[in-house]
Design a protein around this ligand. Structure first.
Ligand code: ADP
Ligand code: MG
Length: 358
């Protein structure tokens, strides 16, 4: 498929209210040319509203949206050069696969022979060669999603928008399609804005993630930084399993249960410091832990075997219950503890995340 070149997107001060609801609250977001950007947030956070504003189906109350150098906020959807994949597929059930995929070209008055050729190529790109004459009702969920994708890319748009496109698929197929979409993006190079409420999907697919809550941008960064260095409690809570441990702070020194806590970084501010504990970053330690290892006394309260990993729940000195996840290899430390045991939990300084409560 020939490339027409990707475009950067510049969103600035975009606001949309529905009555009392701030669906979008003064959103600024710069998306690079060719980038795979994911909008991640809980249901009702404003993801679809932002995507619809990019597509042209929703008119913001204020703000500016530029594709490249061009302000497009007043431009109708069909003139925006944007491919769109909806959660519901939105295919035409009475048309066959080829007519569905060729529809955007027909709208654009492309000639019959060229439509046929481009539809054939687009179906090849989504690995549906030879499916042109099938009826939509004869396809599986995953195949329907591929048809929707082929229709979105058939006219070589410079921007591709996808709203929870995999949410109707079962877990195995969804995970397979995540990797496939990622590869397709690498091949086509379109600037892509992808919406999901699934944190693992966002971590798997994105160049960068924009975390959104109540119509506001909470954090914008690479998957690794979003996960390892959450900017606030909302992001720490939404990505990964997190337990929050209140620390004491005196003259810039942190402690818990009377013992110093060594941290990688301490953000500025006057609010109480909180240590974010993630199950996969905690370990059961022996007496002689490494120098950079923080140790917390705990009592084992529950053990759960989950096949590929085990979960241990333990209570800390202040009553906080934390989860510890570990592999199930024979001899793994977590396999040798029992409910009621007094243990020591280790957290390496480099694995610490401290936030300040808002
Ligand atoms: P998300 O896609 O993140 O689940 P939406 O963008 O669909 O969230 O919605 C954001 C907020 O705006 C929600 O509170 C939703 O109820 C509200 N909203 C969205 N569209 C409309 C609409 N057409 N009329 C009234 N309220 C709406
Ligand atoms: Mg939505």
């Amino acid at each position: 498929m020939s490339q027409t070149g990707a475009l950067p997107i510049s969103i600035s001060g975009v606001t949309k209210t529905y009555g009392q609801v701030h669906a979008l609250d003064n959103v600024d977001l710069e998306i690079k040319s060719g980038e795979f950007m994911t909008l991640l947030g809980p249901s009702g956070s404003g993801k679809t509203t932002l995507l619809m504003a990019l597509a042209g189906f929703t008119r913001p109350d204020h703000g500016s949206i530029r594709f490249g150098d061009e302000e497009i906020i007043l431009k109708p959807p069909h003139l925006r050069d944007v491919g769109m994949v909806f959660q519901s597929y939105a295919l035409f059930p009475h048309m066959d696969v080829a007519s569905n995929v060729g529809f955007p070209l027909k709208l654009r008055k492309v000639g019959r022979a060229e439509i046929d050729e481009r539809v054939r190529k687009a179906l090849g790109t989504v690995q549906l060669d030879g499916y042109g004459e099938r009826r939509i009702s004869q396809l599986s969920g995953g195949q329907k999603q591929r048809v929707a994708l082929a229709r979105a890319i058939v006219f070589n748009p410079r921007i591709l928008l996808m709203d929870e496109p995999l949410s109707a698929l079962d877990k195995k197929l969804r995970e397979h399609m995540q990797i496939e979409l990622r590869h397709l993006h690498e091949k086509l190079g379109m600037t892509t804005v992808y919406v999901t409420h699934d944190q693992r999907e966002a971590l798997t697919m994105s160049d960068r993630i924009a975390v959104i809550n109540h119509g506001k941008l909470m954090q914008l960064d690479t998957p690794r930084t979003i996960y390892d260095q959450p900017a606030n409690r909302f992001v720490a809570d939404f990505l990964g399993e997190s337990t929050f441990l209140q620390l004491e702070e005196k003259a810039g020194k942190l402690s818990f249960d009377g013992k110093p806590v060594k941290v990688r970084a301490l953000p500025g501010g006057s609010n109480a410091p909180i240590l974010v504990l993630r199950p996969e970053r905690l370990v059961v330690t022996g007496e002689a832990a490494a120098r950079d290892m923080n140790q917390f006394k705990a009592e084992v309260t529950d053990l759960v075997y989950q096949g590929d990993s085990s979960l241990m729940y333990a209570r800390l000195a202040d009553g906080t219950e934390v989860a510890v996840r570990a592999g199930t290899r024979t001899g793994a430390a977590i396999e040798n503890v029992a409910v009621g045991d007094a243990i020591s939990l280790g957290l390496h300084r480099d694995d610490t995340v401290v936030i300040r409560d808002e």
